[in-house]
Design a protein around this ligand. Structure first.
Ligand SMILES: Cc1ncc(COP(=O)(O)O)c(C=O)c1O
Length: 490
């Protein structure tokens, strides 16, 4: 623990600027002197003084040998990993690096259907063939959970040549499957497990939270420190352990995907976040759990709103959950989560994390206190008072989009000749684009899949419900790029 009171990277930066070096290098704003003064004054001297890139005294993220190496080693120790790589490109780049580290063109990878769009990009970059597994649906809440150990086992039995199993743990809504069991099953076949831990950086630091990827024995995990761990937006880590995947290979692929102008503000914030999580995380999370639980209980005393807790558990895909995620079902008020998001913004200036057809999601973190919790509760109580006279229970129509047939690999589709046709006439054609309802981001089809009538009806239903159906180049959803069909040669 002693070593975790140090921040070698942040300290190294401070030492560098305290020597008052005279810069003749990029960035050209030179401590803010060469930039628009209104922005400079707003951002402030301190931030600008460490807005540096990899000059020699400051080590190099692409070949760490000094203070970055030391900071990454401390992070690995904190996360229980063999190695930790820092990322200045969010969790999206580490996710792509994980997939590209294990898959070459034509290799199979088992993935849940509700993947983040970075996984779709990874499939295109790597040329991998996705073997999709349906996530479990929660028909009460109208959301998708994770994949079950049984579905992973079935997928492996059908595709024992798969090069990896990809798992989202926990989901955006904070629900986790039995990850340890999934890892054990996959390892019986020598298949590495890659975890999208975008919403779980904190879970490693408290035993009342779902088990973390590293603690469950997973091989690689892309973990968003910036989302829930207190570092700056866009800073993240890739953790790894074991010998199913080679460290040097991961490092070189991550490097291929990473800017050469790595932000030291972001890197230093990762170093500080590791210290924060490791030395104070348990206590802070304990307090966060208490706040979240008191809010959950208060919300559940209001008519027409429900905030699930332990009742989430007990299915094959709901092994544990993160109580700091306050998921509020608003369907009994006769409103959509989308309506509630807007109402909270307009009347209370509250911004929620996400809304969907039936729920809103609010995250409680060490950044909250009794006052913020009370404010949210007051707003929710006012919401109920406003709408209770006209309340009726909205029926949950939850259906995952059908999984289409994959005609060609997402990469082949991406590089094929395409043409633009009206979306309503696209049934039977092979898509060259991705389309999804986001958040939570379940693709309706991805490049290489055959567009069916059923998929088109699903899109229409979501558009009619006012949900954000995104991804097509034509944002009005009138046209779509499909693969050009070859003329038969007679
Ligand atoms: C499940 C999931 N995975 C990955 C990501 C990508 O993370 P980042 O935004 O840090 O690139 C997100 C972002 O929202 C996400 O929700």
């Amino acid at each position: 623990m002693q070593a975790h009171n140090r921040t070698p990277l942040f300290d190294g930066l401070l030492k560098h600027i305290n020597n008052h070096p005279v810069p003749f290098h990029i960035p050209g704003h030179k401590n803010g002197q060469g930039m628009e003064p209104t922005f400079r004054d707003f951002i402030g001297k301190n931030a600008l003084s460490i807005d540096l890139i990899n000059i020699s005294p400051l080590d190099d993220l692409h070949h760490p040998s000094g203070m970055i190496k030391e900071a990454e080693a401390l992070a690995a120790d904190a996360f229980g990993a063999d190695y930790t790589f820092f990322s200045v490109q969010g969790t999206s780049s580490p996710i792509m690096a994980m997939v590209m580290s294990v898959c070459k063109p034509g290799d199979k990878i088992i993935v849940p259907r509700n993947i983040h769009k970075s996984v779709t990009s990874a499939l295109i970059f790597s040329g991998a063939i996705p073997i999709f597994v349906h996530p479990e649906l929660d028909t009460r809440l109208g959301i998708a959970h994770g994949i079950t150990p049984l579905s992973v086992e079935h997928a492996i039995q059908q595709h024992p040549d798969a090069k990896a199993v990809f798992v989202i743990n926990p989901t955006y809504y904070g629900v986790a499957a039995d990850l340890k069991r999934i890892v054990d099953i996959s390892h019986q076949y020598n298949i590495p497990v890659l975890v999208d831990e975008a919403h779980g950086v904190h879970i490693h630091f408290h035993d009342q939270l779902p088990v973390s990827a590293m603690a469950a024995g997973a091989d690689l995990a892309a973990t968003s420190v910036h989302k829930l761990g207190g570092s700056m937006t866009q800073s993240s880590v890739l953790n790894m352990q074991g010998d199913l995947v080679k460290k040097e290979h991961v490092q070189s692929i991550l490097s291929m995907l990473t800017t050469t102008s790595t932000s030291y503000i972001l890197l230093a914030s990762l170093d500080a976040a590791r210290m924060y999580l490791k030395t104070k995380g348990h206590k802070l999370i304990e307090n966060t759990l208490t706040l979240a639980e008191s809010l959950r209980q208060q919300i559940n005393q209001l008519d027409y709103l429900a905030c699930p807790g332990d009742d989430l558990l007990g299915t094959n895909a709901t092994y544990s959950y993160d109580p700091t995620k306050i998921l509020i079902s608003v369907k009994q008020l006769g409103l959509t989560g989308y309506d509630v998001e807007k109402w909270l913004r307009e009347h209370y200036q509250i911004e929620v994390e996400l809304s969907d057809m039936y729920n809103i999601l609010c995250i409680i973190t060490p950044g909250d206190n009794k006052d913020t919790i009370q404010y949210l509760f007051t707003a929710l109580r006012a919401l109920v008072e406003t709408y209770q006279t006209q309340a009726y229970e909205k029926k949950v129509h939850v259906s995952a989009p059908p999984i289409p047939v994959l005609q060609m690999s997402p990469r082949e589709a991406f590089y094929s000749d395409t043409e633009v046709i009206p979306l309503k006439e696209a049934s039977g054609r092979v898509s060259a684009e991705s389309i999804m309802v986001y958040p939570p981001g379940i693709p309706i089809f991805i490049p290489g899949e055959i567009i069916s009538d059923e998929s088109l009806r699903y899109i229409e239903a979501n558009v009619a419900a006012g949900l954000p159906v995104q991804g097509l180049e034509d944002e009005s959803l009138k046209t779509i790029h499909v693969i050009k069909e070859m003329q038969a040669i007679r």
